[in-house]
Design a protein around this ligand. Structure first.
Ligand code: F6P
Length: 360
């Protein structure tokens, strides 16, 4: 009898269920009734505190299109993993104990950056791990694509589309703030797909004068409105020069805005007198059903993971490379971010179309 543990960790996203379904279908196909899947509740928390349930094949039926995660999820910061909990429990030892007590052959982890680091830690501790690349941010090193990303691009694009019509009616400047944590993938894709005039990414620190210059140039051309897609992690040229500590200090003394989009909005109004509205779609971007692309990707990734388990290939994350699936060692993935290269052709093409990135 094969015994496989499974958990979903960190912020949720679309296609978590579709991915688990892919893994389960693959495993049941390989092992029939000679496999048991144990689902841990709320991510690593379930593994630490032995909160789990034996999954039935029926649990994986009808979930291809369902958003969220049937197992629940939680954020268990990697940096706290080696620290005992409030009752003095050694979390790493507890996770190992649960794994051993349940006589697991492998643990399948669906997670983003922090979760991959913990997956690697468990691998170092001797557990058999297969992980899957989850996040709307698409910032996992080693894979061209993560599941959840394309669904989030659809939602963020739809938000920009909706803003377009109202911005055009009123002749306003609109800022749409898009998720993505420290990277700009989601903003870049949704910004281009939504026809944003200005796109501001964390990887290209912006100069507010350039942003204002681009807005004025549009006005001069007779354009009544402008749309700015701002990544939640966007940063000004001045702030990018500061250390983390200096930035923290600066934020304490200056005016405090709810987020970077509001700060940029205020600066534009101050410099141009133009009305600016800010829209933050926020967690909507992680919600709802996965788009067809993600359903397909998730199913493929899940089935590939089942194949790895069958072949005994442990210690890897399933990844997309040149439209094909492959596996990357967890120690290579852990702790590395995949950021947008400011010199990449996608940025060059966007600039060719006249999109301003706040740098020139
Ligand atoms: O990593 C996914 C993500 O949605 C990021 O884009 C965002 O910065 C973060 O999670 C929000 O986290 P939380 O759900 O904890 O507010």
């Amino acid at each position: 009898m094969k015994r496989i543990g499974m958990l979903t960790s960190g912020g949720d996203c679309q296609a978590l269920n579709a991915t688990m379904r892919g893994v389960a279908k693959g495993l049941y196909n390989y092992y029939h009734d000679e496999v048991e899947i144990i689902g841990f509740e709320d991510g690593y928390k379930g593994l630490i505190y032995a909160d789990y349930r034996l999954m039935k094949p029926g649990d994986f039926s009808g979930i291809l299109t369902r958003g969220g995660t049937i197992l629940g999820t939680s954020r268990q910061p990697f940096k706290l993993m080696r620290q005992p909990d409030e009752n003095g429990l050694d979390k790493v030892e507890a996770m190992k104990q649960t794994y051993r007590k349940l006589k697991l052959d492998c643990l399948v982890v669906l997670g983003g950056n922090g979760s991959q680091k913990t997956a690697n830690l468990l691998r170092e501790e001797g557990l058999n791990i297969v992980s899957l690349p989850k996040t709307i941010d698409n910032d996992l090193w080693g894979t061209d694509m993560t599941f959840g990303f394309q669904s989030a691009v659809n939602i963020a694009t739809n938000a920009i589309d909706c803003i377009h019509t109202t911005a055009a009616s009123h002749g306003r400047v609109f800022i749409v703030e898009i998720m993505g944590h420290k990277v700009g993938w989601l903003t870049l894709y949704a910004g281009i797909a939504g026809g944003a005039d200005i796109i501001l990414l964390p990887e290209i620190p912006y100069d507010i004068d350039k942003v204002v210059g681009a807005l004025k140039a549009r006005q001069k051309e007779g354009k009544r409105f402008s749309i700015i897609a701002v990544a939640e992690g966007a940063i000004s040229k001045e702030n990018a020069k500061l250390s983390k500590k200096e930035l923290k200090e600066k934020k304490k003394t200056g005016l405090v805005y709810p987020s970077v989009a509001y700060e940029i909005g205020a600066q534009i109004t101050e410099r141009t007198g133009q009305e600016v509205r800010v829209t933050v779609p926020g967690h909507m971007q992680r919600g709802g059903e996965p788009c067809p692309y993600d359903r397909t990707l998730a199913s493929r990734l899940g089935a590939y993971a089942a194949g790895m388990i069958e072949r005994g290939e442990y210690g890897f994350m399933v990844a997309v490379k040149n439209n094909d699936l492959t596996k990357v060692p967890l120690e290579e993935v852990a702790g590395r971010l995949k950021t947008v290269d400011p010199q990449c052709s996608m940025i060059a093409e966007a600039k060719t179309m006249g999109i301003c990135f706040g740098d020139e």
